[in-house]
Design a protein around this ligand. Structure first.
Ligand SMILES: Nc1ncnc2c1ncn2[C@@H]1O[C@H](COP(=O)(O)OP(=O)(O)OP(=O)(O)O)[C@@H](O)[C@H]1O
Ligand SMILES: Cc1ncc(CO)c(N)n1
Length: 271
């Protein structure tokens, strides 16, 4: 039987350690039955202990990858990840507009789990001004949400208020991820374009193997959007995927270890 895969795109940085960035996105999409193309915006020298180097690529190389991918693939959904600085945020925003990409999920990656900054101050400003207005969904973690909304988040009502402020930056749908809180339950807050909102909860797994969890969630949303799922279904299935694979750790590296992306058996259930 011929297997039909939908096609999606990740626009991000590579992780030589294989756990986050483009590598996490490709593995996630494969596990969720979507084919992932990729535009490499920059290369990182990275492992489970941290980021040792980061090397954004010249504009010509980024533009040429967009051209090749969009000339040959029917891209149904796309995501952005680490974009490094204002110049690279801007070139990605220009390409999203030029190729009129649909179902765009912006993961506003700012700081890696080990503490390295993957986006400059000026890059954050450009992300707010040029990228978020082109996003369908934005997926900040708690520290990123505080920066985007310009407020502290100390309570559930702060999370809701921040999500509304982030919507006003131009992304109609917002997911504030709760991995960085300390509660026994991890709570992600979803606020949709029509103003409906809900919490997605899962037990907090006591593990250091959380490198690339954010990339993985956004890549899974893109995978399901590419298959034609409505946004709420895509978000809920992606959350289910992550909550499942985080329970099947790989013991690789002695720092923030990678997820076991291939451990998922998609039962294609409706949520
Ligand atoms: N210990 C944990 N147990 C269960 N789920 C978790 C845990 N940590 C994170 N998650 C889930 O992983 C996803 C990503 O959350 P998090 O807030 O860690 O994002 P992030 O900081 O962007 O991740 P990264 O920078 O490593 O890619 C969320 O859906 C969150 O609920
Ligand atoms: C390249 C890259 N993208 C994203 C993250 C965040 O997980 C990371 N650590 N490295």
């Amino acid at each position: 039987m011929k297997q039909q895969f939908s096609e999606a795109l990740t626009i991000a940085g590579t992780d030589s350690g294989g756990g986050a960035g483009i590598e996490a996105d490709i593995k996630t999409m494969q596990a969720c039955q979507t084919f992932s193309t990729n535009v490499v915006v920059g290369v990182t020298a990275q492992n489970t202990l941290g980021v040792q180097g980061q090397y954004p690529l010249p504009r010509g190389i980024v533009n040429e990858q967009f051209k090749s991918v969009l000339a040959n693939f029917a891209i149904k959904a796309a995501k952005t990840g680490a974009l490094f600085d204002a110049e690279h945020v801007s070139m990605v925003a220009d390409n999203l507009a030029h190729y009129q990409l649909q179902n765009v999920v912006v993961d506003p990656v700012m700081v890696a789990k080990g503490g390295a900054h993957l986006l400059t101050e000026q890059g954050i400003k450009t992300l707010k001004e040029k990228l978020l207005p082109q996003a369908d969904v934005v997926t900040p973690n708690l520290p990123e949400a505080e920066i985007l909304a310009g407020q502290k988040i100390n309570s559930e009502s702060d999370v809701k208020q921040a999500a509304i402020k982030i919507q006003q930056l131009g992304s109609p749908n917002v997911i504030i991820k709760g991995g960085h809180a300390q509660d026994a339950t991890v709570s992600d807050y979803v606020r949709l374009a029509d103003g409906t909102d809900y919490w997605l909860t899962s037990p907090r797994i006591n593990t250091e193997r959380t490198h690339g969890t954010g990339d993985t969630l956004s890549a899974a949303i893109v995978a399901y959007l590419a298959q034609g799922a409505d946004l709420k279904t895509a978000i809920n299935k992606a959350h289910k995927y992550l909550a499942d694979i985080i329970q099947h750790p790989l013991y690789i590296g002695n720092g923030h270890g990678p997820l076991n992306h291939g451990s998922w058996k998609d039962d294609n259930d409706e949520i």
